[in-house]
Design a protein around this ligand. Sequence first.
Ligand code: SF4
Length: 360
Amino acid sequence: MKFVSEFRDRETAKGLVDAIHKEVCSDERYRFMEVCGSHTMAISKFGIRSLLPDNVELVSGPGCPVCVTPQWEIDAVFRMAEEAVIVTFGDMLRVPGSNGESLQKLRSEGKDIRIVFSPLDTLAMAVKEPERDFVFLGIGFETTAPTSAALAKSARMKGVENLYITPYSKTVPEVLQVLLDDESLGINGFVCPGHVSVITGLSIYEPVAERGIGAVVTGFEPLDILSSVLELIRQTNSGSASVVNMYPRVVRPEGNPKALGLLDEVFRKEDTDWRGLGSIPGSGLRFNDEYSSFDALRYFEIESSGVYDIDVCRCGDVLKGKMSPKECPLFGDACTPVNPVGPCMVSSEGSCSAYYKYER
Ligand code: SF4
């Protein structure tokens, strides 16, 4: 239990909560955003929000990979499923398309949709069945993009020609700037994603601190989260913003150079679309020329339809921290995990799903 029990110690947690209450200024408003779906889940699961003073707000941002995938990219997968085997992580199965379809429904109708735990499993399938085309759904942030890159690199080394990857991976630094540009959000601190930081290191958050906004990298246990909130409160009070690593047991300042090298080798940065946020310059990882034959969008000749969100669903506002899931008129009624309307209710890292599970 090392690294779990010691970060859930009740007495230490109580001390941190007391310190938080002692340090907040009653006339200040503290609005901190976590940009990681795993943090969203942990905050809800451990009831962190209920422990904080009323003027300290934790809001969820665009940190769930499934949730930020725009509608047209989801719809494109259904078109690919007509001709190819779709290989994906389980979270994508129930995400609704604009036409009400889901991969789960297509699978029940006989389409070949396969679940994997490792992207590299796709390679073995493609080698075994050379007469079929395979599409791995490459979604996520810097955390998972290296595994998509590794899949493309391995397939290239083996000369595999029936494997494609959706180039849906997105990067975090650019979206943080977009969130800060929107003054209506009033963010005065980021709880930065621990898993992403393992790959990127800390330097990607420097531009945030340079804008006077605190950026604290932390883990997923109650003491991690509470201590990062305390640090952000102290930074807000002192008016001095900096990047702080409160997850040194996992995150190194320089990140993971090997994984970063792999990303550089396989991808280049391009503009990409985000659900709820539109197109964000330089925030997408697209295949560079050497690897472009693995690009599923290119192979299936798919272009953006310009549809980013489902009309009735408020995931876009939830992802920007503009509204809490509970403020969505469909929450818990027309939209539930069994009958989800949007991806934020489907994904195991989605805000609506977290609120439904732990904060109803
Ligand atoms: S509750 Fe459902 S409809 Fe509302 S924002 Fe969340 S996923 Fe979308």
